[in-house]
Write a protein that binds this ligand. Structure first.
Ligand SMILES: *Cc1c(COP(=O)(O)O)cnc(C)c1O
Length: 425
């Protein structure tokens, strides 16, 4: 078996930067990435044979831990019947029924293959439905890598010091109004400056791609009210928070009804899946019923549906949210106590199984305050933890994810390692 360094050397010859998604390259923390040959429960096993306690969870999907036996069995059972049909299949119906049960604001839903497809299609749908072109997004919110949305888009772009990607036409960017998150006056001003022009507001209701940031009390309700008052659709991008913050996502926890919701990550149980859904009158604008085109060769793929269905059923059965929140609290308390003992300013926003660690004295409530976090110090902390067997996301601007598989020894050990990491800074 090749080592991580051998594999990376080979990858660098053929794959740009050696990776198929930029943040995996460790550019913001330095060093070279490890390769994973196997993952189970809370553990990654590297190509070099190291076992790491994983808080990346394949960037969100692995809420039940890696390679959960029930999800594995569901994929294996589906595999017996074929890998793709190109016709409607029974799994798609079961998935749609589960989604509308979990997320009541969703009356109709369309499956796709990634979170990026979900947000891109939801935006097109909002534009088609409202017959308006402009959209509002918030700096630091990431909604995948489609053109209109890759503007001030959080971690990946931040890490590379290049918030606006080359290759996005200026004319596209001009249709995207970017505002600070948690800033109601800025929102009101943007609507006033663009009367009758805003198709939708898209938001990560809890931000997870600039580190983890929660809204001020009442902020999401203000977003809802402003959209309603101005005839714009409110799109919650819950690709990361859906099924994670609560069974019904942030909208359940905050009691807000968006017009459209984007889903991904957990909904695929570790296979590539996305979905978007919401109001029936809006969703009926999609082809073949309506004029907004959206399609996918592998959309509703039976293996991906089977994995996602198993993942959602497990959530329904286990209702793990209170337990996950306890694990999250344990972790954030350990980090804060260690930082205090060291006299190091730190913010550890946490809700349920999402958290992040910012080394700053400034409370983090938006993109600008997230940037006050000491990224160099985070890089040293990251490597100290990795050396001791704990894998945090390799960027100061990513959320951490806890799974049910962390309960017990893994979380206790991780708290110890994180505390030691801070002590050694
Ligand atoms: C991950 C993510 C996306 C993009 O999903 P992909 O499956 O990577 O395309 C979109 N929105 C949010 C909030 C995400 O966290």
């Amino acid at each position: 078996m090749s080592s991580s360094s051998d594999l990376f050397a080979r990858a660098l010859q053929l794959i740009p930067g050696g990776v198929n998604s930029p943040v995996r390259a460790f550019r913001s923390v330095g060093g070279t990435p490890f390769f994973t040959k196997e993952a189970r429960g809370a553990t990654l096993i590297t190509a070099d044979g190291r076992e790491l306690i994983d808080f990346v969870g394949t960037w969100g999907p692995a809420i039940h831990g890696h390679n959960h036996p029930r999800i594995k069995a569901a994929i294996a059972a589906a595999l017996e019947h074929g890998t793709s049909f190109g016709t409607p299949n029974p799994y798609e119906v079961e998935m749609a029924e589960l989604i509308v049960r979990f997320v009541p604001s969703i009356k109709k839903v369309r499956m796709c293959n990634s979170g990026t497809e979900a947000t891109m299609s939801a935006i097109r749908l909002a534009r088609g439905f409202t017959k308006r072109d402009k959209i509002i997004k918030f700096s630091g919110c990431y909604h995948g890598h489609s053109d209109s949305l890759l503007i001030k888009a959080g971690s990946g772009a931040l890490t590379h010091g290049n918030p606006d990607s080359a290759g996005v036409p200026v004319a596209f960017a001009q249709e995207t109004v970017v505002l600070p998150y948690n800033d109601v006056p800025a929102l009101t001003a943007a609507f006033a400056a663009n009367p009758g022009k805003i198709a939708c507001v898209i938001v990560e209701p809890y931000c997870g791609n600039v580190g983890f940031i929660m809204p001020d009390a009442g902020y999401l309700a203000q977003l809802r009210a402003a959209c309603t008052a101005n005839g714009a659709l409110l799109i919650f991008d819950e690709v990361m928070t859906g099924f994670r913050i609560a069974k019904g996502g942030v909208q359940e926890r905050e009691n807000i009804v968006p017009d459209l919701t984007c889903l991904g990550k957990i909904i695929g149980g570790g296979l590539p899946v996305g979905a978007f859904g919401g109001r029936a009158d809006v969703m009926d604008y999609l082809a073949p019923l309506g004029p907004v085109y959206q399609a996918g060769t592998l959309s509703g793929n039976p293996l991906a549906m089977a994995a996602g269905i198993a993942s959602l059923r497990l959530l329904e059965e286990l209702n793990p949210y209170a337990r996950l929140d306890q694990l999250g609290r344990q972790l954030s308390a350990a980090v804060l106590a260690a930082a205090k003992a060291k006299g190091l300013p730190a913010q550890v926003p946490q809700c349920g199984s999402m958290f992040s660690i910012f080394f700053t004295a400034t409370p983090v409530r938006d993109y600008a305050t997230a940037l006050t976090g000491d990224a160099k110090l985070f890089a040293r902390f990251f490597h100290a933890c990795l050396a001791q067997g704990v894998y945090l996301a390799p960027s100061a601007y990513e959320a951490g994810f806890i799974s049910t598989a962390h309960e017990g020894a893994a979380i206790d050990r991780a708290c110890e390692v994180l505390a030691n990491g801070i002590k050694g800074l």
